[in-house]
Write a protein that binds this ligand. Sequence first.
Ligand SMILES: *Cc1c(COP(=O)(O)O)cnc(C)c1O
Length: 233
Amino acid sequence: MGVAENVYYIKNRIKEVCERCGRNHDEIILVGVSKTHPVEKLIEAKSAGIDIFGESKAQEFLTKYEKIEGAKWHFIGHLQKNKVKYIIDKVDLIHSLDDLELAGEINKRAQKISRVMDVLIQINIGKEQTKYGIYEEDLFEFAERLTQFNNIKIKGLMCIPPDEGDDKTRQYFKRMKMLFDEIKKLNYRNFDIKYLSMGMTHDFEIAIEEGANIIRVGTGIFGERDYTKEEKK
Ligand SMILES: *Cc1c(COP(=O)(O)O)cnc(C)c1O
């Protein structure tokens, strides 16, 4: 299937799962995760109705950003502090805040261009060594510390759960929803908790059932990623 058909198919599945669990499909934001895929595919996806792209590497994002007009961009990968300055005026949401120093850098760069940067806090919900994100037990202390940053707005939470099968995944998503509901209750000045970003190609339906309102779909839209090709470029 081509990219356009894939988009159509994913959007249908979103509608179906929303009907099943009594949610309004308009409240689900679909991010097309375009990392490693060429610009032509992003253009196809955009014509088919994807208006937000998710990228995880600053350099790759910057080359694509120039070539596509009128799209919105979410930064979904681990963000190095020294890359913040390149993306600060170009992305609408950073999904991967998990470090105070990074927060400080985002804040500083945002202040310089007089903007307030929307961010999600990434939770390492499965406490995996290989994954970024803060542990859930550190969330509330971390949140409190973020109140010092006037040019950051905390919009919600993001996670990538371990791949341990659907039942486990659902449990991780349930925990995320609980944390999301808890953090919503804080009325910190620079918090406006709206988004729960969870669910990818293989688990977005479970994520929607458990309360996600941003899902990040790559393979399901663009096909398999070819990392070997990417590295040679
Ligand atoms: C790559 C990536 C995705 C998309 O994964 P698929 O399984 O291809 O849908 C989603 N979220 C993040 C943070 C990613 O890095």
